[in-house]
Write a protein that binds this ligand. Structure first.
Ligand code: PXP
Length: 244
């Protein structure tokens, strides 16, 4: 049964727009848990544009479900992750100019750098997932590094401009998901998922965790955080029941 990871970065985006103390992502995380979140996800970017160090420290103490810490494969952020010890660290590519994470991590092309980071996290007892495009060579490299999980980038599926293109991208996710599971990796998926497009992804066999941020935060502004999370959770559970 796929679980729901709620990414609360954009609660912090609103706060940082005024460099004030509200809204507090820690409060949002508690409301997300009440709405049925199985995982709380945050991305501490190197430029600290939304989530701050303090947020992660407080969340580690207050979150009652799993904390998934998204991070670049960089030494300073790795030091911080080892101080915090989240239940899962997800390595993502990071460019300063991008609006959001664009494309998956090129594990194959950056094997030594990624390995240094993964090895340090593993030595500290932190399970690691790599956020990658749905490609077999990237999945094999993830397996080779001893990671527990992959998170397949669903952005191309979410951005597809026709039903045919979307069906093609879903097929790529299904194939890559099968391959990841055959490699013994936990299958997580995320990026660009919304209330309209989530169900085919939630129905992917053995999908373990869906990480969803922007769409939930956007809806939460209108209906409140717990309700926005519980509506998303209901869609995911229904998609899985229908797939059986
Ligand atoms: N998964 C990863 C690895 C991400 O970097 C992000 C965006 O921070 C998400 C999931 C969530 O994407 P979205 O905000 O589009 O739901």
């Amino acid at each position: 049964m796929a679980t729901l990871g709620v990414n609360i970065d954009h609660v912090a985006t609103v706060r940082q727009a005024r460099r004030t103390v509200e809204p507090d992502p820690v409060w949002a995380a508690a409301l997300a848990e009440l709405g049925g979140a199985d995982v709380i996800t945050v991305h501490l970017r190197e430029d600290r544009r939304h989530i701050q160090d303090r947020d992660v420290r407080v969340l580690k103490q207050t979150v009652q479900v799993k904390l998934n810490f998204e991070m670049a494969a960089e030494p300073a952020i790795t030091d911080f992750a080892i101080e915090i010890l989240p239940q899962l660290a997800t390595l993502v590519p990071e460019k300063r100019q991008e609006v959001t994470t664009e494309g998956g991590l090129d594990v194959v092309g950056n094997l030594d750098r990624v390995r240094r980071c993964v090895d340090r996290l593993h030595a500290a007892g932190v399970a690691v997932s790599l956020f990658i495009d749905p490609a077999e060579n990237q999945i094999e490299a993830t397996k080779g590094l001893g990671c527990a999980a992959v998170e397949l980038h669903t952005g191309r599926y979410a951005d597809a401009i026709s039903a045919a293109a979307q069906a093609h991208e879903l097929e790529q996710l299904l194939k890559a998901g099968r391959f990841a599971r055959d490699c013994g990796l936990q299958l997580n998926l995320g990026h660009g998922l919304t209330y309209r497009n989530v169900q085919p992804v939630a129905a992917i066999p053995d999908a373990a965790e869906l990480n969803i941020g922007h769409s939930i935060v956007a809806r939460a502004i209108m209906v409140g955080f717990s309700q926005a999370v519980s509506e998303m959770k209901r869609l995911i559970v229904a998609a899985q029941c229908n797939a059986k």
